[in-house]
Design a protein around this ligand. Sequence first.
Ligand SMILES: *Cc1c(COP(=O)(O)O)cnc(C)c1O
Ligand SMILES: [Zn+2]
Length: 423
Amino acid sequence: MGEYSLKCPKCGSVFEDKYTNSCPDGCSSLIKAEYKQKKLRIRDLPGMFRYHDWLPVEDCRNVGTKPVTYKSRELSRELGIKNLYICFNGYNPDINAAVKSCSFKELEAVPTMLRMKEKGSGIIQVSSAGNTARAFCEVSAATGMPVIAVVPKYAKDNIWTTVPAGDVLMITVDGDYTDAIEFGNRLCSINGVVAEGGAKNPARRDGMGTTLLDCAVAAGRIPDWYFQAVGSGTGAIAAFEMSERLIEDGRYGGKLPRLYLSQNDVFAPIVNAWKERRREIIPDKDMPDAKNSAMKAYSPVLTNRTPPYSVFGGLFDALTATDGITVPVPRDKAESAGKLFEEVEGPDLDPAAAVCLASLLDVSEKGTFKPEDTVMLNITGGGYRRAREDFDIIKVNPSFEASAGDDISKISSDVAKWVKRYV
Ligand SMILES: *Cc1c(COP(=O)(O)O)cnc(C)c1O
Ligand SMILES: [Zn+2]
């Protein structure tokens, strides 16, 4: 199962996976998995492992985590788009959507943790203010694979699981998201604690890329348009990379989808840089007063200040290759889009998904695409209300509480002891 090697797209060198997340020759690039299987098989395996051929893992786990794509009737009529496919990543038992942490971050967590177990030699460490940490904790709870989560203190109520999480070590930091990231980085100096790697990690990208695969399989072809709200842009890079694999497969068409990406209007570095077709994000120009404007954003998960935009094989390259479009979305439009989705489709949306739908509502008014175009709407999160009804929501208790800027000396021996239980 799962035969692959890793390749640097910049220098072309091919190498074996030792939980490698960067080019061994030192290139600044996003390394990619190269799969032996060039024609995608739909495997009879649990959840997202149906796309096992194109995930950088050997084994699988019994999880329900998977995207669910369906052709929308209601919303399609509402928008006047005939071939609208909704890729729902969240919880909605009516359509067998079983992402219990309610966002597509769970699609990243599953292969990332399994890859660490198979190819790494440590315990994965994630820093996050919400969806990512919750996803990793849920997968840990479901599979028994351990994780160290570092979250800002204000976000600790966002971190819950639907089954008890006995293999999570959570640390809160009394500061903002950046303080949590910095504390998490310091933890990785402890033997056996390994950073998950973010967008550089091919397992994260290919996990998210299963959304595009799921849509292509449902529609029988690569969509003409890929709609997503972006913070880091990892999901969009993933959709681009999977489309390239599908083109090589040959059965899903030969054209890349055009990426149609959205951000909060008050915090839109990717939108602003791409508007001028610039490879570099200029902080003062593209995200002035970053800290305050991020706080005003309707969807905080989209306020990444250091997206993998300029890096070789990153978002700028993906937007260039796909003739992409980026748009800002105001709060009121996102709010009404979220309400519309609830009325016609049922589930409540993650604010980020509402931003994305708002961008689609806007373009369908202006008629940018042809009525027969196939459109993929990536609903990156939703179904929280139903999840709260159906499950006991168990808050993850922090094992340690740190202050911003703290060094790790106070807790390092305890963390090391915890790590030794697993490695
Ligand atoms: C993280 C997240 C996004 C943004 O994804 P990126 O890959 O960081 O661009 C969008 N929607 C939801 C619900 C998320 O959790
Ligand atoms: Zn290289």
